[in-house]
Design a protein. Structure first.
Lengths: 113, 111
């Protein structure tokens, strides 16, 4: 069973389009995250949700809007895609305690043309 | 702002030797530091966590040290194997479930 799953695995789209990435975890965790990994491999936190509530918004452009319909799901919607949005996006989850282990999904490689 | 530095150059070692990776940080005193492994095309996988009051942590062939004075963590893999080849990331806990990740060091273990 996959602990943290993301769809799609690859996403190729044109500038200006709107797209969504879905994430689901079956670990029963309370906290979920979105990270962006750029071409230099820096993994940067974007958002964190705890029990469907937004707790971290790391100065991400408001073209990015996370949505958590329940604590097992955290989706990422991106409006008006730009070339600089091209990256690998990872979803992760954790129980939410201090220093807690994060479990990452397989990533979604977004390419904006 | 927080800065985390890992050696951006790949580390090439011979099978059976000990690999040592470095994570240096500035401007912050994390309560926890974690190490993750990332294989190409996959998400990071948690390996070890060390707390600020711990000097050393071990798990099988892995050892992590944490020097809060030097603001440095070392990650060791003893008796390295080709299967250990991957990118290793360190992550600092900023509190409130927020982590800063380094850019990782790629380890190549040659048979």
């Amino acid at each position: 069973d996959t602990a943290v799953s993301q769809t799609p695995k690859y996403l190729v789209t044109q500038m200006g389009n709107d797209k969504s990435i879905k994430c689901e975890q079956n670990l029963g965790h309370d906290t979920m995250y979105w990270y962006k990994q750029d071409s230099k491999k820096f993994l940067k936190i974007m958002f964190s949700y705890n029990n469907k509530e937004l707790i971290i918004n790391e100065t991400v452009p408001n073209r990015f809007s996370p949505k958590s319909p329940d604590k097992a799901h955290l989706n990422l919607h991106i409006n008006s895609l730009e070339l600089g949005d091209s990256a690998v996006y990872f979803c992760a989850s954790s129980q939410g305690g201090k220093g807690d282990t994060q479990y990452f999904g397989p990533g979604t490689r977004l390419t904006v043309l | 702002s927080q800065k985390i530095e890992q050696n951006s150059e790949a580390l090439n070692i011979q099978e059976g030797k000990t690999a040592t990776l470095t994570c240096n940080y500035t401007n912050y005193s994390p309560a926890y530091l974690q190490w993750y492994r990332q294989d190409p095309g996959r998400g990071p996988v948690f390996l070890l966590l060390i707390r600020e009051n711990e000097k050393e942590k071990r798990k099988e062939r892995l050892k992590v040290t944490f020097d809060t004075t030097l603001k440095q963590s070392l990650f060791h893999i003893t008796a390295s194997q080709p299967a250990d080849s991957a990118t290793y990331l360190c992550a600092l806990d900023r509190g409130f479930n927020k982590f800063y990740f380094g850019s990782g060091t790629k380890l190549n273990v040659k048979p």
